[in-house]
Write a protein that binds this ligand. Sequence first.
Ligand SMILES: [Zn+2]
Length: 232
Amino acid sequence: MTEANEKPGCLSILFPFLNRSQEETTSEELPYRLRDDFLSPAEFSFFKVLSSVVGPQLTIQSKVRLADIFFVARPNENRSYFGKISQKHLDFLVCDSVTMQPVFGVELDDSSHNRNSRHERDEFIESVCKAAGLTLLRIPAQREYDAREIAFRVQPFLKEKATLSTAPSPTQPQPQVQPQTESGNPVSAVPICPKCGIPMVLRTVTRGDHKGKQFYGCKNYPSCREVKPVKV
Ligand SMILES: [Zn+2]
C-alpha cells in the first residue's frame, strides 16, 4: 500500500465522514429539510375538529393533488386538461376508511379567497369537483372551528354512507352515436363507459373462479374501473 493510499485511511479514522460513499455524500448535500408548517395553524385546527367528527368511518388526507384524485376521461382530445390539475391541490380529501374511495373534498377559504387570481383558482376547482361528481365543502378559515357546525356539514356523508359508492355520474354528455370499427362498420355490441363516454374494450379475466370469462372494461383502467358484461 502506498503512502498516498494510506493517507485517506488514516484521515478516515480521525474524520469518519471521509469514508462515506459518493452516493451518501450526494444525498446529504441535497437541500431538502422537513417543513415545520406542513399544515398551517388554520388547517391543523380544522383537521383536529374534522377528525373528531368523522370518526373511524372516514379517513382524512391533507393537500391532495387534483391529478391524484381526478383523471382526464378522453386524454387524447383533452391534452391541456391534465396540466390544469397537475399543480393544484385540495386542502383535504375525505375517503371511505374501508375502500379509500374519495367521499368529499374540503377547501378552507382564507382571506386570499377574495383575490382575483385565487378566486379563479377556487372556481376552477369547484367546477372540476362538480364535473367528476365529488362534493366540495367550502369552509371559511378560522383560528378555531365549531365542532357542532362541522359535524352538521359532514353528517350527510356519514348517514348516507351506504349510497356513497354510487356517487353521481359525471355531468359529461354521453355520446349517442355508436362507435365505428376501423373498417367503418358499426360495433353495436361495444358499450360506452358511463363515466368517460368512450367505447369500452373487451378484456378477459386472467385469474380466479371466472378465469377466461370476457367482459368490457374501460380504456382508462385503472383510473376508471367501470365494467359491463358481454351480451351473448
Ligand atoms: Zn371509464
